[in-house]
Design a protein around this ligand. Structure first.
Ligand code: SF4
Length: 176
């Protein structure tokens, strides 16, 4: 019998949630003996695959690229987990929302730059007007808050899901 297919995705976050995932230490072996890791920053696979059973999504939806990716992830995933506070509330990326995109880009690329200040017009994904939590864009099945969520919580959640139990992680919220 094939193993459940697990993916992780990194949108607009600092990678701290993925660091906490790695902090599961030897329990990573337990999880990935029972599941296949089919996509994420920890594996070298370029295209988000079809038929993913569980996907942990770190970060807010901040750019056109994030938007395109989260829609594809939703289409191809059974259980989508908003992984950490940036995914759940927009958290740190959302701090730029009251500023507006144009003043933000000016500050980053003109005011704070001494050499050849200019706002880039190519190669970087266009920012959305605001940075949004995932559930404002697509339905989310499980919310796992924390900045980052503790490794014990991540393990308990994945262990429950892979064992066929209803997840009982304190602080997690379920349902679309
Ligand atoms: Fe980083 Fe915290 Fe956001 Fe996770 S929730 S990506 S640790 S800022």
């Amino acid at each position: 019998m094939s193993k459940p297919r697990v993916a992780t995705v990194w949108l607009d976050g600092c990678s701290g949630c993925h660091m906490s995932l790695i902090d599961m230490d030897e329990r990573l072996l337990d999880i990935f003996e029972r599941a296949d890791l089919v996509y994420g920053p920890l594996v070298d696979i370029k295209e988000f695959p079809e038929n993913v059973d569980v996907c942990l999504v770190e970060g807010a939806v901040s750019s056109e690229e994030d938007l395109h990716k989260i829609r594809k992830v939703r289409e191809r995933t059974k259980v989508l987990i908003a992984f950490g506070d940036c995914a759940v509330t927009s958290n740190v990326p959302g701090m730029r929302n009251p500023i507006g995109v144009a003043p933000l880009m000016d500050r980053a690329y003109r005011e704070n730059v001494t050499l050849n200040p200019q706002v880039p017009t190519q190669w970087i994904p266009a920012l959305l007007p605001t940075s949004e939590p995932i559930n404002r864009v697509v339905p989310v099945d499980i919310f796992l808050p924390g900045c980052p969520p503790h490794a014990d919580l991540i393990y308990t959640l994945l262990d429950d899901l892979l064992s066929g139990r209803t997840p009982a992680v304190a602080g997690a919220r379920f349902g679309r």
